[in-house]
Design a protein around this ligand. Structure first.
Ligand code: PMM
Length: 301
C-alpha cells in the first residue's frame, strides 16, 4: 500500500495529477461488462505517435494519463511504447520495455485492466508478468514467431489485427479485390498458426486494422461491413479514433482536419461500430466514447 502511494505520477488531492488510489480489486477479463461495447483507452508512451505524439513520453506523464483514463471509466487501458504510424522507425524491444513496463505495473496496481500494444513476444511476456491481461499486436502477417506459443502458454487474450507489411511498407500493400473478404481470409490464415500452438478461439479478438495498409475507401468499407467479420467467430475490436481517414472526411478547403479536431467524428464512429457488433473500441477520449457506447447499447437493446 505504501509503495503504491509513493508510485511515480501520484500527487496530493489538490494536484492536477490524479492520485493513485490503491485497490485490492483488480479488474480481470472476466469482470468486463457484457451489456455494452467496451472502451479501451489509448496510452502511447512514445515521442512520435501521430495522434498524441510526445504528450505522454515520460513514465510519470503516461501513468498520470493512464490513471485519468482508468478513473474516467476505461474498461481497458492499452499501453504501447512503439509508434505504428506510417514510416515510423522500429525501436529495440529493450527500449520499448523500459518505456512501458513501469507504466503497466503501476496501472495494474491501481486496478486497471491493461493491454500491451506490442509486436514483440519478449515485451508481451514482460508485460504479462507486470499484470497485463491482453496482448494487442498490430503486426498482422509479420507477427513475431514466438507470439503463438506465448499466448497459448500464458492463456491471455490476444488481439489479432489485420495488417500487411510494416509501418514503412504498409501503404504499398493497400490493394484488395474485396477488402472485407480479403481481410477475413488473411485473418483466417494467420489464426491457424495460433490454433496450431494451442490458442483457443475464445482467446482471440480480431481487428480489421483501420488505417493499416488501407486507404480511406477500404476503411469505410470495413466499418460499413463490420458484421461480416462475425463469420470469424471472435470478439471484434475497432480502432478508428482520430485516424487520418476522419481527417480527410472533415477536410475543409482541401486541408485535412488535424487529429485534435477529429474527436466528434471518432465518437460517431464509436456509436455506429458499437451498434453494429464491435465488442470494443480503442479510443483517445474515454469519457465521451463511454457515453457513445452506452447510447448504442440503449438504442439496440
Ligand atoms: N491503431 C494504432 C495502434 N494500435 N491497435 C489495434 N488493435 N487497432 C488499431 O487500430 C490500432 C492499434 C495506431 O493508432 P494510434 O497512434 O492512435 O495508437
Amino acid at each position: 500500500m505504501d509503495s503504491l502511494a509513493a508510485a511515480p505520477g501520484t500527487g496530493p488531492a489538490t494536484s492536477p495529477i490524479p492520485v493513485l488510489r490503491p485497490t485490492r480489486v483488480r479488474k480481470s477479463f472476466a469482470d468486463l461488462p457484457t451489456d455494452r461495447s467496451l472502451v479501451m483507452g489509448i496510452l502511447n508512451v512514445t515521442p512520435d505517435s501521430f495522434s498524441d505524439g510526445g504528450k505522454f513520453a515520460t513514465a510519470d506523464d503516461a501513468i498520470a494519463e493512464g490513471l485519468r483514463m482508468h478513473y474516467a471509466g476505461a474498461d481497458i487501458v492499452d499501453v504501447g511504447g512503439e509508434s505504428t504510424r506510417p514510416n515510423a522507425d522500429r525501436i529495440s524491444a529493450e527500449d520499448e520495455q523500459k518505456r512501458i513496463i513501469p507504466v503497466i505495473s503501476t496501472l495494474v496496481k491501481a486496478g486497471a485492466l491493461v493491454s500491451v500494444d506490442t509486436m514483440n513476444a519478449s515485451t508481451a511476456a514482460k508485460a504479462i508478468e507486470a499484470g497485463a491481461a491482453i496482448i494487442n499486436d498490430v503486426s498482422g502477417l509479420e507477427f513475431d514467431p514466438e507470439m503463438p506459443d506465448l499466448v497459448a502458454e500464458r492463456g491471455v487474450h490476444y488481439v489479432l489485427m489485420h495488417q500487411r507489411g510494416n509501418p514503412q511498407t504498409m501503404a504499398t500493400f493497400a490493394n484488395y479485390d474485396d477488402v472485407v473478404d480479403d481481410v477475413i481470409t488473411e485473418l483466417t490464415n494467420i489464426r491457424e498458426k495460433f490454433y496450431a500452438a494451442g490458442v483457443s478461439q475464445e482467446q482471440i479478438i480480431v481487428d480489421p486494422g483501420i488505417g493499416f495498409a488501407k486507404n480511406d475507401s477500404h476503411n469505410w468499407a470495413l466499418l460499413g461491413s463490420l458484421e461480416r467479420l462475425e463469420v470469424l467467430g471472435h470478439r471484434i475490436l475497432v480502432g478508428a479514433s482520430r485516424k487520418r481517414f476522419l481527417g480527410s472526411l472533415l477536410s475543409s478547403a482541401g486541408k485535412a482536419a488535424p487529429p485534435s479536431e477529429r474527436d466528434s467524428a471518432s465518437i460517431a464512429v464509436t456509436a455506429l461500430a458499437a451498434a453494429h457488433g464491435a465488442w470494443c473500441v480503442r479510443v483517445h477520449d474515454v469519457a465521451a466514447n463511454l457515453d457513445a457506447v452506452k447510447v448504442a447499447a440503449a438504442w439496440t437493446r
